[in-house]
Design a protein. Structure first.
Length: 135
């Protein structure tokens, strides 16, 4: 989980279903176990991120999947315009449990979603991208 990492968390916010950690220009989202994530759950998360960062085109969204949860892909697709504002969208999977959610996200959001094995790898890739490199 993000608080146990060595990252310097500048701020954090919590919704009914998630914890959001702000580290530089990264919004790291951890959804609670057994959540069914749809539009009603994701909207407050996106609102919190927009309140923290005014220009989302510079923000990397990282879904740190430390818990198992379900996704309503049709509802998530309704928020595609907001999700597309992020500089990048990446997912950290710990095992195979979240692979199905990732497949649905890629299909319904129709955008590149990069999968990483740990938080440090995702942050490093975002920093390289910010310096003009490739992921």
């Amino acid at each position: 989980k993000t608080p146990q990492s060595n990252l310097k968390i500048a701020n954090e916010q919590h919704t009914d279903i998630a914890s959001i950690y702000f580290v530089e220009n990264f919004a790291i989202v951890e959804i609670m176990a057994n959540t069914i994530l749809g539009k009603n759950g994701l909207t407050p998360i996106l609102d919190a991120i927009e309140n923290e960062y005014k220009d989302l085109s510079k923000v990397h969204y990282i879904s740190n999947r430390t818990e198992v949860y379900c996704l309503k892909p049709v509802e998530i697709k309704e928020l595609k315009d907001r999700i597309d504002l992020f500089r990048s969208y990446s997912v950290i999977l710990y095992g195979k449990a979240g692979k199905t959610n990732l497949d649905f996200e890629r299909m319904f959001l129709n955008k590149p979603i990069i999968k990483y094995h740990n938080l440090e790898e995702a942050i490093l890739a975002g920093q390289v991208q910010d310096r003009g490199g490739f992921l």
